[in-house]
Write a protein that binds this ligand. Structure first.
Ligand code: PPS
Length: 293
């Protein structure tokens, strides 16, 4: 795996990317979505795995319970654009999914999404997380994940995050781009990590109504319990501990799962600078994030 180590960032159609997510670009852009596919779209570290787990349990928890103990979440909900040499490409994993619906993960900014998702009018769940906690989570992820660029120290990382020089580009462009899309696409459910932490049950209800599924109350309660942070953290099928290029000893994938952990990382000066810059970039008053609960 040595050849994979620590890729460089480069500009890809105006977005910072690494080759891990662009090597398979022709297949990604030509990917054929199906009308019942459900896409989970996020900027990295916004709650993808959490929502993926909920959807997997909603659709297959009762009919295919063996999935929970035998298939890691990244096989149940493949990552469309990932391509790691010697491993199956995300597009192939999706094409080989036996399930219906197929649950698919992407971190692509809205303008780079394969057009068949729009043509097929697929349901899309977008999860967004406040920029400060998102930056902290991404920093620790880049430390522990050998297929991400070297993050350097926290203060230089934060500068790069503000400049949009992280894999999948600017957080600001990502959350705004998908938010604008939501205004014209009815099958796009835009949700927030902070709301999930505040009241997971309420957010599961909203997801069910968006997806048009009506599970029994006990089933919803069971799912709510199963996806609590402590349960997912110890679940080897959800916590990414079996991934060779991720080192949980450096920082676990299921790290803290909190709102407001940024306060343990940002200095007062960094926070003030970040807030000032944030106001310049986040002009749309209808898109509001909470940095504490
Ligand atoms: S990835 O790599 O982009 O797919 O990562 P992603 O799953 O989007 O985000 C990982 C962060 O989500 C937290 N997480 C949770 N928080 C609360 N409850 C549950 N069940 C849960 N599952 C995942 C995870 O801990 C990462 O956040 P941080 O702040 O680093 O802990």
């Amino acid at each position: 795996m040595d050849a994979l180590l620590r890729p460089e960032l480069f500009d890809f159609h105006g977005v910072c990317m690494s080759h891990i997510f662009t090597d398979n670009w022709v297949k990604i852009q030509n990917f054929q979505a199906r009308p019942d596919d459900i896409l989970i779209a996020t900027y990295p570290k916004a709650g993808t795995t959490w929502v993926s787990y909920i959807l997997d349990l909603l659709y297959f928890g009762e009919t295919h319970p063996e999935r929970q103990t035998s298939l890691p979440i990244f096989e149940r909900v493949p990552f469309l654009e990932i391509t790691i040499p010697q491993l199956a490409a995300g597009t192939d994993l999706v094409d080989n999914l036996p399930t219906s619906p197929r649950l698919i993960k992407t971190h692509l900014p809205v303008q780079l999404l394969p057009k068949s998702f729009w043509e097929q009018n697929c349901r899309i769940v977008y999860v967004a997380r406040n920029a400060k906690d998102n930056a902290v989570s991404y920093f620790h992820f880049d430390r522990m994940n050998q297929i991400q660029p070297e993050p350097g120290d926290w203060s230089s990382y934060l500068e790069r995050f503000m400049e949009g020089r992280t894999v999948f580009g600017s957080w600001y462009d990502h959350v705004n781009g998908w938010w604008e899309k939501k205004q014209s696409v009815s099958k796009l459910h835009y949700m927030f990590f902070e709301d999930m932490v505040e009241n997971t049950g309420r957010e599961i209800d909203k997801l069910c109504s968006f997806l048009g599924v009506t599970p029994r109350a006990e089933k919803k309660e069971q799912i709510r319990g199963a996806v609590q942070f402590d349960n997912m953290k110890k679940d080897n099928m959800a916590n990414y501990t079996m991934v060779q290029f991720m080192d949980s000893k450096v920082s676990p994938f299921m790290r803290k799962g909190k709102v407001g952990d940024w306060k343990n990382h940002f200095t007062v000066a960094q926070s003030e600078r970040f807030d000032k810059d944030y106001l310049k970039k986040m002009k749309n008053p209808t898109l509001r994030f909470r940095t504490e609960l």
